[in-house]
Write a protein that binds this ligand. Sequence first.
Ligand code: ADP
Ligand code: MG
Length: 516
Amino acid sequence: MPVSVYQLNKRPTAGRDWNPRAVKKWGLLEGSIALKSESQVGMATGWGSLLQDEQQLEELARQAVDRALAEGVLLRTSQAPSSSHVVSYAPFTLFPSPVPSALLEQAYAVQADFNLLVDAVSQNAVFLEQTLSSTIKRDSFTARLFDIHKQVLKEGIAQTVFLGLNRSDYMFQCNPDGSAALKQIEINTVSASFGGLASRTPAVHRHVLSVLGKTKEAAKILSNNPSKGLAMGIAKAWELYGSANAQVLLIAQEKERNIFDQRAIENELLARNIHVIRRRFEDVSEKGSLDQDRRLFMDGQEIAVVYFRDGYMPGHYSLQNWEARLLLERSCAVKCPDIATQLAGTKKVQQELSRVGVLESFLPGQPEAVARLRATFAGLYSLDLGEEGDQAITKAIAAPSCFVLKPQREGGGNNLYGEEMVQALERLKDSEERASYILMEKIEPEPFRNCLLRPGSPARVIQCISELGIFGVYVREGKTLVMNKHVGHLLRTKAIEHADGGVAAGVAVLDNPYPV
Ligand code: ADP
Ligand code: MG
């Protein structure tokens, strides 16, 4: 049984300039009580002293950045997001960050259950309608997606093969007894990103540790290749679609900084002789068409699979783009995700799934799967008008640091915390609009120190927390599930002072779990 850094040291250190609640295990992470537990948590203590040697850090950072560039851990720049002429490295941590092995295993073990659950929810039109009915009255984006869902249902779904590429995200809740628990933040069912770059970061952290002569530690960095697994899912869907000349259509934005992440999957597909074309929604509305069997054609070329890396935020849609989305949804091409699966990934659905009995109704006769799923749920509260919502609002206003207010949005930077949350709740309290939000228990992970590397900024050693994502892939043909698996992970780390935001939002950086 691996020993977790979270379970060892109980010695608080006074006088630090950050969150005292978070400080309690400082000593271990900084190396001040290193000898006692070096063999068990060598990594945490080891980084502690390394993080104090500024000169060494600078030299290590230079080596790490060069290796990241060589490995293809790249982003386009914010100055030229449509061009690959000048690119830079994607921000990352200098060292891998501690993740309890048991929680990593737990997250992997529950992924196939989450795949099944999302797939089941996407097929239950009655549940989706009931769950989203109050939300769509006040949230025009979700309402628009829902309209397309209804139209497609009414016409009859032409698609027969279904492909889910999702990423379930977690944080490690620090329990009062010092142990840590895996708690789901959300599941991303549309455009779940960074599988490509996450496939390339292990080499960078192994490099850093090797430079330091830490070969044993370097060997502990897990291999990771989500881009291969995600491509395998697309390839399976493509094969089941059954037309040798058909292509994969990747719906992309023109200004796409994260193109190398997407290219990693495209390259895997090309290696299997499956061709990918990148097009914008605008291109679809101009040059996309359906034949009488609702087969999709783009520039005269048949499309087997549509892979969305766009279309998950209101700003991604003009009227023309909504029409393009409808055209794609009406087609018999495999959409990843189809509109129902995108709706299954909303925060409102996440909250309703946490109600007593709901998991059981989706996974009848599977009590173990239900227990595995439920164990990862944090507190989730409906804000629909009524007594239950009133109570949740009262609790959140009384203890703002314990809750997060979430609208039905993706992409980071949309949630409200602390005083801002209280103000929003006071404003929303008596309005129907509150049903377009959910309330969630705020997860408080144990902070640790690491060094964040960003282009154009000096290396910064700071207190951090991490979020672990597990990539899941499933393929269903009619009623038969033909693939259901996990295909890798993503660790993102950010400074503790940032409540919200991912890598794309410029807050978190790429990382690797260091199992402890
Ligand atoms: P989005 O769809 O915008 O990614 P998330 O639910 O993932 O929305 O929230 C964005 C970020 O906010 C997360 O990456 C995490 O850093 C933070 N966050 C979200 N929910 C919680 C929570 N319950 N406790 C602590 N932090 C949270
Ligand atoms: Mg998220």
